[in-house]
Ligand binder design. Structure first.
Ligand code: SDX
Length: 433
Protein backbone atom coordinates (compact mmCIF):
# COMPACT_ATOMS: atom_id res chain seq x y z
CA UNK A 1 0.00 0.00 0.00
CA UNK A 2 1.50 3.36 -1.02
CA UNK A 3 2.04 5.84 1.79
CA UNK A 4 -0.69 8.44 2.28
CA UNK A 5 0.91 11.81 1.57
CA UNK A 6 0.27 15.55 1.51
CA UNK A 7 1.78 17.38 -1.47
CA UNK A 8 3.09 20.89 -0.83
CA UNK A 9 3.67 23.12 -3.81
CA UNK A 10 5.66 26.32 -3.51
CA UNK A 11 3.89 28.81 -5.78
CA UNK A 12 6.99 31.01 -5.77
CA UNK A 13 9.36 28.39 -7.20
CA UNK A 14 6.79 25.89 -8.56
CA UNK A 15 8.59 23.11 -6.61
CA UNK A 16 6.38 20.32 -5.14
CA UNK A 17 7.16 17.63 -2.60
CA UNK A 18 5.18 14.88 -0.85
CA UNK A 19 5.11 14.56 2.92
CA UNK A 20 4.03 11.32 4.63
CA UNK A 21 0.78 11.17 6.62
CA UNK A 22 1.06 9.03 9.77
CA UNK A 23 -2.26 7.82 11.24
CA UNK A 24 -3.01 8.02 14.99
CA UNK A 25 -4.94 5.35 16.90
CA UNK A 26 -7.43 8.04 17.93
CA UNK A 27 -7.56 11.67 16.80
CA UNK A 28 -6.01 13.50 13.85
CA UNK A 29 -3.34 11.93 11.66
CA UNK A 30 -0.06 13.82 11.46
CA UNK A 31 2.02 15.05 8.53
CA UNK A 32 5.74 14.32 8.95
CA UNK A 33 7.02 17.82 8.14
CA UNK A 34 10.62 17.45 9.37
CA UNK A 35 12.12 17.59 5.86
CA UNK A 36 10.27 20.82 4.89
CA UNK A 37 13.38 22.96 5.45
CA UNK A 38 15.59 20.59 3.40
CA UNK A 39 13.00 20.43 0.56
CA UNK A 40 11.87 24.09 0.49
CA UNK A 41 14.11 26.14 2.80
CA UNK A 42 11.08 27.09 4.90
CA UNK A 43 10.27 26.59 8.60
CA UNK A 44 6.67 26.08 9.76
CA UNK A 45 5.39 28.85 12.07
CA UNK A 46 2.98 27.71 14.82
CA UNK A 47 3.96 29.66 17.99
CA UNK A 48 1.20 28.27 20.25
CA UNK A 49 1.53 24.75 18.75
CA UNK A 50 -2.17 24.80 17.85
CA UNK A 51 -1.59 22.44 14.89
CA UNK A 52 1.69 20.87 15.95
CA UNK A 53 2.22 17.40 17.43
CA UNK A 54 5.50 17.54 19.38
CA UNK A 55 5.79 13.81 20.03
CA UNK A 56 4.20 10.40 19.73
CA UNK A 57 2.62 9.13 22.95
CA UNK A 58 0.65 6.11 24.20
CA UNK A 59 -0.35 7.60 27.55
CA UNK A 60 -3.30 10.00 27.20
CA UNK A 61 -5.79 10.85 24.47
CA UNK A 62 -8.03 13.94 24.44
CA UNK A 63 -10.84 14.66 21.99
CA UNK A 64 -11.63 18.36 22.50
CA UNK A 65 -14.79 18.35 20.39
CA UNK A 66 -16.34 15.29 22.06
CA UNK A 67 -14.99 15.99 25.56
CA UNK A 68 -13.15 12.65 25.73
CA UNK A 69 -10.14 11.99 28.02
CA UNK A 70 -8.52 8.54 28.09
CA UNK A 71 -5.55 7.30 30.13
CA UNK A 72 -4.00 4.23 28.45
CA UNK A 73 -7.41 3.85 26.75
CA UNK A 74 -9.55 4.01 29.92
CA UNK A 75 -12.14 6.86 30.08
CA UNK A 76 -11.51 9.37 32.87
CA UNK A 77 -15.07 9.02 34.25
CA UNK A 78 -14.58 5.26 34.80
CA UNK A 79 -11.18 5.80 36.45
CA UNK A 80 -12.52 8.60 38.67
CA UNK A 81 -15.46 6.45 39.78
CA UNK A 82 -13.85 2.98 40.09
CA UNK A 83 -10.07 3.37 40.47
CA UNK A 84 -7.75 5.00 43.01
CA UNK A 85 -5.04 7.58 42.48
CA UNK A 86 -2.12 5.19 43.03
CA UNK A 87 -3.75 2.62 40.72
CA UNK A 88 -3.99 5.33 38.02
CA UNK A 89 -0.35 6.28 38.74
CA UNK A 90 0.61 2.62 38.23
CA UNK A 91 -1.38 2.59 34.95
CA UNK A 92 0.33 5.75 33.65
CA UNK A 93 3.82 4.49 34.54
CA UNK A 94 3.51 0.74 33.83
CA UNK A 95 0.96 0.92 30.96
CA UNK A 96 -1.48 -1.65 32.51
CA UNK A 97 -3.95 -1.78 35.39
CA UNK A 98 -2.18 -3.71 38.19
CA UNK A 99 -3.08 -7.03 39.79
CA UNK A 100 -3.77 -6.68 43.52
CA UNK A 101 -0.30 -7.86 44.64
CA UNK A 102 1.50 -5.55 42.19
CA UNK A 103 -0.54 -2.60 43.41
CA UNK A 104 0.22 -3.41 47.05
CA UNK A 105 3.96 -3.61 46.23
CA UNK A 106 3.70 -0.30 44.38
CA UNK A 107 1.94 1.37 47.30
CA UNK A 108 4.59 0.09 49.74
CA UNK A 109 7.34 1.46 47.50
CA UNK A 110 5.65 4.87 47.28
CA UNK A 111 5.10 4.92 51.04
CA UNK A 112 8.75 4.04 51.66
CA UNK A 113 9.94 6.97 49.53
CA UNK A 114 7.67 9.54 51.21
CA UNK A 115 10.28 10.21 53.90
CA UNK A 116 12.44 13.21 52.96
CA UNK A 117 16.16 13.49 53.60
CA UNK A 118 16.44 15.74 56.65
CA UNK A 119 18.69 18.03 54.63
CA UNK A 120 15.75 18.84 52.34
CA UNK A 121 13.68 20.03 55.29
CA UNK A 122 16.39 22.59 56.05
CA UNK A 123 15.60 24.41 52.80
CA UNK A 124 12.29 25.56 54.25
CA UNK A 125 14.11 27.57 56.92
CA UNK A 126 15.32 29.84 54.14
CA UNK A 127 11.82 30.82 53.04
CA UNK A 128 9.93 33.74 54.54
CA UNK A 129 6.73 32.51 56.24
CA UNK A 130 4.57 34.06 53.50
CA UNK A 131 6.53 32.63 50.55
CA UNK A 132 4.08 31.36 47.92
CA UNK A 133 3.84 27.56 48.30
CA UNK A 134 4.40 27.09 44.57
CA UNK A 135 7.70 28.98 44.93
CA UNK A 136 8.67 26.60 47.75
CA UNK A 137 7.50 23.50 45.84
CA UNK A 138 9.37 24.47 42.67
CA UNK A 139 12.57 25.18 44.59
CA UNK A 140 12.52 22.11 46.84
CA UNK A 141 11.48 19.67 44.08
CA UNK A 142 14.46 20.99 42.12
CA UNK A 143 16.68 20.39 45.16
CA UNK A 144 15.91 16.65 44.94
CA UNK A 145 18.37 16.66 42.01
CA UNK A 146 21.11 17.44 44.54
CA UNK A 147 20.27 14.27 46.47
CA UNK A 148 19.61 11.93 43.54
CA UNK A 149 22.09 12.63 40.80
CA UNK A 150 25.24 10.54 40.67
CA UNK A 151 23.44 7.30 41.50
CA UNK A 152 20.80 7.49 38.76
CA UNK A 153 21.15 6.23 35.21
CA UNK A 154 18.23 7.52 33.14
CA UNK A 155 19.02 5.04 30.38
CA UNK A 156 18.13 2.21 32.79
CA UNK A 157 14.38 1.37 32.84
CA UNK A 158 14.50 0.21 36.46
CA UNK A 159 16.17 3.48 37.50
CA UNK A 160 13.42 5.40 35.67
CA UNK A 161 10.75 3.47 37.58
CA UNK A 162 12.47 4.23 40.90
CA UNK A 163 12.74 7.93 39.95
CA UNK A 164 9.00 7.89 39.17
CA UNK A 165 8.15 6.39 42.57
CA UNK A 166 10.37 8.94 44.34
CA UNK A 167 8.74 11.89 42.53
CA UNK A 168 5.17 10.70 43.27
CA UNK A 169 6.06 9.97 46.89
CA UNK A 170 8.06 13.06 47.69
CA UNK A 171 5.66 15.56 46.12
CA UNK A 172 3.19 15.06 49.00
CA UNK A 173 5.89 15.29 51.68
CA UNK A 174 7.39 18.45 50.17
CA UNK A 175 3.90 19.94 49.74
CA UNK A 176 2.98 19.16 53.34
CA UNK A 177 6.28 20.59 54.61
CA UNK A 178 5.58 23.79 52.66
CA UNK A 179 2.12 23.94 54.24
CA UNK A 180 3.54 23.49 57.76
CA UNK A 181 6.09 26.23 57.02
CA UNK A 182 3.25 28.56 55.93
CA UNK A 183 1.44 27.80 59.20
CA UNK A 184 4.55 28.04 61.36
CA UNK A 185 3.85 24.52 62.68
CA UNK A 186 6.21 21.54 63.14
CA UNK A 187 6.69 19.06 60.30
CA UNK A 188 4.65 15.83 60.49
CA UNK A 189 6.28 12.71 59.06
CA UNK A 190 4.56 10.25 56.68
CA UNK A 191 2.81 7.22 58.20
CA UNK A 192 3.00 3.99 56.18
CA UNK A 193 -0.35 2.87 57.65
CA UNK A 194 -2.18 5.71 55.85
CA UNK A 195 -3.34 6.03 52.23
CA UNK A 196 -1.61 8.45 49.85
CA UNK A 197 -4.26 11.16 50.30
CA UNK A 198 -4.66 10.28 53.97
CA UNK A 199 -0.95 10.85 54.47
CA UNK A 200 -1.18 14.26 52.83
CA UNK A 201 -4.07 15.32 55.06
CA UNK A 202 -2.30 13.97 58.15
CA UNK A 203 1.03 15.65 57.30
CA UNK A 204 -0.80 18.93 56.61
CA UNK A 205 -3.32 19.11 59.43
CA UNK A 206 -2.28 16.88 62.33
CA UNK A 207 -0.72 18.69 65.30
CA UNK A 208 1.41 17.32 68.18
CA UNK A 209 -1.03 18.82 70.67
CA UNK A 210 -4.13 16.76 69.89
CA UNK A 211 -5.21 13.66 67.93
CA UNK A 212 -6.13 14.21 64.29
CA UNK A 213 -8.81 12.16 62.58
CA UNK A 214 -8.75 11.96 58.79
CA UNK A 215 -12.17 12.75 57.34
CA UNK A 216 -12.96 9.95 54.82
CA UNK A 217 -14.96 12.39 52.68
CA UNK A 218 -11.92 14.65 52.37
CA UNK A 219 -9.60 11.67 51.77
CA UNK A 220 -11.78 10.30 48.97
CA UNK A 221 -12.33 13.75 47.39
CA UNK A 222 -8.58 14.42 47.27
CA UNK A 223 -7.91 10.98 45.81
CA UNK A 224 -10.46 11.59 43.05
CA UNK A 225 -9.13 15.12 42.36
CA UNK A 226 -5.61 13.71 42.01
CA UNK A 227 -6.95 11.18 39.46
CA UNK A 228 -8.62 14.00 37.52
CA UNK A 229 -5.35 15.97 37.38
CA UNK A 230 -3.02 13.02 36.72
CA UNK A 231 -2.16 13.64 33.07
CA UNK A 232 -3.42 15.68 30.17
CA UNK A 233 -1.46 15.01 26.96
CA UNK A 234 1.02 17.69 25.90
CA UNK A 235 -0.16 20.63 28.06
CA UNK A 236 2.27 23.45 28.80
CA UNK A 237 3.84 21.98 31.93
CA UNK A 238 4.14 18.48 30.48
CA UNK A 239 5.71 19.89 27.32
CA UNK A 240 8.13 21.80 29.58
CA UNK A 241 9.12 18.58 31.34
CA UNK A 242 9.62 16.84 27.99
CA UNK A 243 11.63 19.78 26.59
CA UNK A 244 13.87 20.01 29.67
CA UNK A 245 14.18 16.22 29.88
CA UNK A 246 15.17 15.98 26.20
CA UNK A 247 18.56 17.50 27.09
CA UNK A 248 19.25 14.55 29.43
CA UNK A 249 19.04 16.75 32.50
CA UNK A 250 18.38 15.37 35.97
CA UNK A 251 14.70 14.25 35.99
CA UNK A 252 14.00 16.01 39.31
CA UNK A 253 15.20 19.25 37.73
CA UNK A 254 12.91 18.60 34.74
CA UNK A 255 9.94 18.08 37.08
CA UNK A 256 10.79 21.35 38.85
CA UNK A 257 10.56 23.04 35.45
CA UNK A 258 7.10 21.50 35.10
CA UNK A 259 6.13 22.99 38.49
CA UNK A 260 7.29 26.39 37.31
CA UNK A 261 5.20 26.19 34.11
CA UNK A 262 2.12 24.90 35.96
CA UNK A 263 2.13 27.89 38.36
CA UNK A 264 0.98 30.34 35.67
CA UNK A 265 -2.66 31.57 35.96
CA UNK A 266 -3.32 30.54 32.34
CA UNK A 267 -2.49 26.95 33.37
CA UNK A 268 -2.50 25.30 36.81
CA UNK A 269 -2.57 28.62 38.64
CA UNK A 270 -6.15 29.09 37.40
CA UNK A 271 -7.69 27.20 40.36
CA UNK A 272 -6.33 29.83 42.75
CA UNK A 273 -7.32 32.60 40.30
CA UNK A 274 -10.92 31.30 40.20
CA UNK A 275 -11.37 31.77 43.95
CA UNK A 276 -9.77 35.22 43.76
CA UNK A 277 -12.12 36.05 40.86
CA UNK A 278 -15.19 34.89 42.83
CA UNK A 279 -14.00 37.06 45.75
CA UNK A 280 -13.70 40.04 43.37
CA UNK A 281 -17.16 39.47 41.86
CA UNK A 282 -18.52 39.23 45.40
CA UNK A 283 -22.20 38.70 44.72
CA UNK A 284 -24.63 37.38 42.11
CA UNK A 285 -25.68 41.01 41.44
CA UNK A 286 -22.21 41.76 40.04
CA UNK A 287 -22.04 38.79 37.65
CA UNK A 288 -23.41 40.65 34.61
CA UNK A 289 -20.82 43.41 35.06
CA UNK A 290 -17.94 40.93 35.25
CA UNK A 291 -19.18 38.87 32.31
CA UNK A 292 -19.11 42.10 30.28
CA UNK A 293 -15.57 42.82 31.54
CA UNK A 294 -14.51 39.31 30.44
CA UNK A 295 -15.85 40.01 26.94
CA UNK A 296 -14.18 43.41 26.68
CA UNK A 297 -10.89 43.15 24.76
CA UNK A 298 -9.63 46.32 26.40
CA UNK A 299 -10.18 44.85 29.84
CA UNK A 300 -7.53 42.36 31.08
CA UNK A 301 -10.19 40.56 33.18
CA UNK A 302 -10.77 36.97 32.04
CA UNK A 303 -13.29 34.45 33.38
CA UNK A 304 -10.80 32.20 35.19
CA UNK A 305 -11.63 28.50 35.04
CA UNK A 306 -13.33 29.04 31.68
CA UNK A 307 -12.01 28.12 28.25
CA UNK A 308 -9.44 25.61 27.10
CA UNK A 309 -6.99 25.27 24.23
CA UNK A 310 -8.24 21.77 23.40
CA UNK A 311 -11.72 21.32 24.90
CA UNK A 312 -14.28 23.13 22.76
CA UNK A 313 -16.99 21.37 24.74
CA UNK A 314 -17.36 20.67 28.46
CA UNK A 315 -14.05 19.51 30.04
CA UNK A 316 -14.99 15.95 31.12
CA UNK A 317 -13.08 16.50 34.36
CA UNK A 318 -15.14 19.61 35.15
CA UNK A 319 -18.35 17.57 34.83
CA UNK A 320 -17.09 15.14 37.50
CA UNK A 321 -15.61 17.83 39.77
CA UNK A 322 -18.85 19.85 39.66
CA UNK A 323 -20.78 16.84 41.06
CA UNK A 324 -18.06 16.05 43.61
CA UNK A 325 -18.14 19.68 44.72
CA UNK A 326 -21.84 19.44 45.56
CA UNK A 327 -21.39 16.05 47.28
CA UNK A 328 -18.40 17.13 49.38
CA UNK A 329 -19.88 20.45 50.52
CA UNK A 330 -23.11 18.68 51.46
CA UNK A 331 -21.29 15.84 53.27
CA UNK A 332 -19.14 18.32 55.19
CA UNK A 333 -22.10 20.59 55.88
CA UNK A 334 -20.31 23.50 54.20
CA UNK A 335 -22.60 26.24 52.94
CA UNK A 336 -20.23 28.27 50.77
CA UNK A 337 -21.89 31.23 49.02
CA UNK A 338 -19.10 30.99 46.42
CA UNK A 339 -20.67 27.74 45.16
CA UNK A 340 -23.96 29.49 44.40
CA UNK A 341 -22.00 32.37 42.82
CA UNK A 342 -19.95 29.94 40.66
CA UNK A 343 -23.08 28.09 39.50
CA UNK A 344 -24.89 31.31 38.56
CA UNK A 345 -21.75 32.59 36.78
CA UNK A 346 -21.54 29.33 34.82
CA UNK A 347 -25.25 29.48 33.96
CA UNK A 348 -25.09 33.09 32.74
CA UNK A 349 -21.84 32.65 30.80
CA UNK A 350 -23.06 29.50 29.05
CA UNK A 351 -26.10 31.41 27.77
CA UNK A 352 -24.00 34.33 26.50
CA UNK A 353 -23.30 34.50 22.73
CA UNK A 354 -19.66 35.53 23.33
CA UNK A 355 -18.89 32.32 25.27
CA UNK A 356 -21.08 30.12 23.08
CA UNK A 357 -19.49 31.15 19.77
CA UNK A 358 -15.99 30.74 21.24
CA UNK A 359 -16.82 27.35 22.82
CA UNK A 360 -15.81 28.58 26.27
CA UNK A 361 -16.88 26.11 28.97
CA UNK A 362 -15.80 25.54 32.58
CA UNK A 363 -12.51 23.63 32.74
CA UNK A 364 -10.90 21.46 35.40
CA UNK A 365 -10.05 24.52 37.51
CA UNK A 366 -13.49 26.09 37.78
CA UNK A 367 -14.92 24.03 40.67
CA UNK A 368 -11.83 22.32 42.14
CA UNK A 369 -10.92 25.29 44.33
CA UNK A 370 -14.33 25.22 46.03
CA UNK A 371 -13.62 21.65 47.17
CA UNK A 372 -10.13 22.52 48.40
CA UNK A 373 -11.61 25.51 50.26
CA UNK A 374 -14.18 23.23 51.93
CA UNK A 375 -11.19 21.14 53.15
CA UNK A 376 -9.78 24.30 54.81
CA UNK A 377 -6.94 24.57 52.32
CA UNK A 378 -5.83 28.16 51.52
CA UNK A 379 -6.20 29.23 47.86
CA UNK A 380 -2.45 29.85 47.48
CA UNK A 381 -2.01 26.09 48.02
CA UNK A 382 -4.45 24.96 45.30
CA UNK A 383 -1.86 24.78 42.52
CA UNK A 384 0.38 22.70 44.79
CA UNK A 385 -2.45 20.13 44.88
CA UNK A 386 -2.67 20.32 41.09
CA UNK A 387 1.07 19.60 40.93
CA UNK A 388 0.72 16.56 43.22
CA UNK A 389 -1.95 15.18 40.89
CA UNK A 390 0.03 15.99 37.73
CA UNK A 391 3.42 14.67 38.90
CA UNK A 392 2.73 11.09 37.72
CA UNK A 393 1.72 12.41 34.29
CA UNK A 394 4.87 14.47 34.06
CA UNK A 395 7.14 11.59 35.02
CA UNK A 396 5.31 9.02 32.85
CA UNK A 397 5.68 11.36 29.86
CA UNK A 398 9.37 11.91 30.75
CA UNK A 399 9.91 8.11 30.92
CA UNK A 400 8.20 7.66 27.54
CA UNK A 401 10.29 10.47 25.98
CA UNK A 402 13.60 9.06 27.27
CA UNK A 403 12.72 5.58 25.95
CA UNK A 404 11.46 6.87 22.55
CA UNK A 405 13.91 5.87 19.76
CA UNK A 406 12.82 9.00 17.80
CA UNK A 407 13.77 11.17 20.75
CA UNK A 408 16.47 13.83 20.27
CA UNK A 409 17.07 17.14 22.04
CA UNK A 410 14.09 19.42 21.37
CA UNK A 411 15.34 22.49 19.53
CA UNK A 412 12.68 24.60 17.74
CA UNK A 413 13.65 27.27 15.20
CA UNK A 414 12.19 30.80 14.72
CA UNK A 415 11.32 33.48 12.24
CA UNK A 416 13.85 36.29 12.79
CA UNK A 417 12.27 39.77 12.78
CA UNK A 418 15.22 41.76 14.21
CA UNK A 419 17.64 44.30 12.67
CA UNK A 420 19.40 43.42 9.42
CA UNK A 421 23.11 42.60 9.69
CA UNK A 422 25.06 45.83 10.44
CA UNK A 423 28.61 46.91 11.43
CA UNK A 424 29.76 47.81 14.95
CA UNK A 425 29.53 51.53 15.78
CA UNK A 426 32.17 53.16 18.01
CA UNK A 427 30.77 54.98 21.03
CA UNK A 428 31.60 58.45 19.67
CA UNK A 429 29.75 57.68 16.41
CA UNK A 430 26.54 56.60 18.13
CA UNK A 431 23.39 58.70 18.40
CA UNK A 432 22.46 60.93 21.41
CA UNK A 433 21.24 58.11 23.69
C1 SDX B 1 -5.43 24.13 32.43
O1 SDX B 1 -3.57 22.46 28.18
C2 SDX B 1 -4.13 21.77 29.13
O2 SDX B 1 -4.48 20.65 28.95
C3 SDX B 1 -4.27 22.52 30.46
C4 SDX B 1 -5.01 21.81 31.56
C5 SDX B 1 -4.28 20.58 32.02
O3 SDX B 1 -4.92 19.72 32.61
O4 SDX B 1 -3.02 20.56 31.90
O5 SDX B 1 -6.31 21.46 31.12
C6 SDX B 1 -5.15 22.72 32.78
O6 SDX B 1 -4.50 24.90 32.30
C7 SDX B 1 -6.86 24.57 32.18
C8 SDX B 1 -6.96 26.07 31.73
C9 SDX B 1 -6.88 26.93 32.98
N1 SDX B 1 -6.80 28.36 32.62
C10 SDX B 1 -7.85 29.19 32.81
O7 SDX B 1 -8.95 28.83 33.24
C11 SDX B 1 -7.54 30.65 32.52
C12 SDX B 1 -8.69 31.28 31.74
N2 SDX B 1 -8.70 30.68 30.41
C13 SDX B 1 -8.04 31.42 29.33
O8 SDX B 1 -6.89 32.08 29.74
C14 SDX B 1 -7.91 30.57 28.05
O9 SDX B 1 -9.14 30.01 27.84
C15 SDX B 1 -6.86 29.49 27.97
C16 SDX B 1 -5.50 29.99 28.32
C17 SDX B 1 -7.21 28.35 28.85
C18 SDX B 1 -6.86 29.00 26.52
O10 SDX B 1 -6.39 30.04 25.76
P1 SDX B 1 -6.31 29.89 24.16
O11 SDX B 1 -6.50 28.52 23.68
O12 SDX B 1 -5.09 30.64 23.73
O13 SDX B 1 -7.61 30.59 23.71
P2 SDX B 1 -7.65 32.03 23.13
O14 SDX B 1 -7.01 32.98 24.08
O15 SDX B 1 -7.16 31.97 21.71
O16 SDX B 1 -9.23 32.27 23.20
C19 SDX B 1 -10.02 32.26 22.05
C20 SDX B 1 -11.01 33.41 22.27
C21 SDX B 1 -10.32 34.78 22.43
O17 SDX B 1 -11.26 35.75 22.01
P3 SDX B 1 -11.13 36.31 20.46
O18 SDX B 1 -9.70 36.84 20.30
O19 SDX B 1 -11.39 35.08 19.56
O20 SDX B 1 -12.19 37.37 20.34
O21 SDX B 1 -11.72 33.20 23.53
C22 SDX B 1 -11.44 34.26 24.43
C23 SDX B 1 -10.16 34.93 23.92
O22 SDX B 1 -10.14 36.31 24.32
N3 SDX B 1 -11.26 33.67 25.74
C24 SDX B 1 -11.76 34.15 26.88
C25 SDX B 1 -11.40 33.23 27.88
N4 SDX B 1 -10.68 32.23 27.34
C26 SDX B 1 -10.59 32.51 26.02
N5 SDX B 1 -12.50 35.26 27.14
C27 SDX B 1 -12.85 35.45 28.44
N6 SDX B 1 -12.54 34.61 29.45
C28 SDX B 1 -11.81 33.50 29.21
N7 SDX B 1 -11.48 32.66 30.21
Amino acid sequence: MTNKTVTITDNVTGKSADFTIRDSVHGPSVVEIGSLYKEFGYFTYDPAFTSTASCQSKITFIDGEKGILLHRGYPIAQLAERSSFLEVVYLLIHRVLPMKESLEDFKRNISKHMLLNQGILNFFNGFHYDAHPMAMLTAVVGSLSAFYHDRIDISDAFHREQIASRIVAKMVSIAAAAFKHMMGHPIVYPDSKLSYSGNLLNMMFSMPTEPYEINPVAEKALDQLFILHADHEQNASTSTVRMAGSTGTNPFAAIAAGCAALWGPAHGGANEAVINMLDEIGSVDNIAKYVEKAKNKDDPFRLMGFGHRVYKSYDPRAVIIRKTCHDVLEALGVDDPKLELAMRLEEIALQDEYFIERNLYPNVDFYSGLIYKALNIPSSFFTVLFAIGRAPGWIAQWMEMIADPDQRIARPRQTYRGPEMRDYVEEFQRGSK
